[in-house]
Design a protein around this ligand. Structure first.
Ligand code: GRF
Length: 223
């Protein structure tokens, strides 16, 4: 698609013009394999982004260690230190403001963000979900897919809106569901695609090639 509608919203464009590399914040609660894939991509010559901060809500999250190893700032915001979700998200907003990311990537961040937070980052907030949305939103997407009996599963990277896994879809990839799949084997197959797709979606954003128009995200061809 080469012609974009004139009212197409170009998220992020102009937000990181002072440097040619997009500043990323990654929010992760757990093992951080998607974070690792993003960090790997950032090491490749010519990749137009770098991780400046990783925030977790869990002290022992391996994601924090991965961040430190890669030389990115690692911040733990423990929910127990905050009275409610709103106080937590206020602290999260302040942390992000300090690091000035152009894009915030949720990568297994196990908290639902408040509307105030989402509004502050609309169009600059991405999530990865291990299903072909809108099928199987929420927790245990791979188990939902197996239980439903679908033959094709997959992964979605989408912009975040105020719902759970409902925002405009950026990219998707499918994988087959095999007759003898367990939740683990299907999750592993999907994860392989996640690690390929998230860095790709970030690249498209960093290159200013994504336009949100209503529910649709248009991907502009490389100039
Ligand atoms: C991934 O399956 C991702 O799609 C989902 O949470 C999981 C995080 O895994 N949102 P990891 O921490 O990136 O390994």
């Amino acid at each position: 698609m080469s012609d974009l509608p004139s009212r197409c919203r170009r998220p992020g464009v102009g937000r990181h013009v002072s440097s040619d590399v997009l500043r990323l914040a990654v929010l992760a609660s757990g093992r951080g394999s998607n974070l690792a894939a993003i960090l790997d991509a950032c090491r490749r010559p010519g990749y137009p982004a770098r991780v400046v901060v990783v925030v977790s809500d869990r002290e022992g999250a391996p994601a924090l260690e991965r961040a430190r190893e890669a030389g990115a700032e690692a911040v733990c915001l423990d929910p127990k230190a905050y009275g409610d979700r709103s106080a937590y998200d206020t602290a999260l907003l302040a942390t992000l403001e300090h690091h000035r990311p152009g894009l915030v990537c949720l990568a297994g961040f196990m908290r639902v963000l408040t509307p105030t937070f989402v509004r502050a980052w609309t169009g600059r907030l991405m999530n990865i979900h291990p299903s072909l949305l809108p099928a199987f939103p929420g927790l245990h997407a791979q188990r939902q897919a197996l239980e439903y009996g679908v033959r094709i599963a997959g992964v979605t990277v989408h912009f975040v809106d105020e719902g759970v896994d409902t925002g405009p879809i950026i990219v998707q990839a499918s994988v087959p569901v095999l007759p003898d799949d367990s939740q683990d084997s299907l999750s592993a197959r999907i994860l392989g695609e996640e690690h390929r797709l998230y860095p790709e979606a970030i690249r498209l954003f960093a290159e200013g090639r994504l336009c949100i128009t209503g529910r649709r995200v248009l991907v502009k061809e490389r100039a």
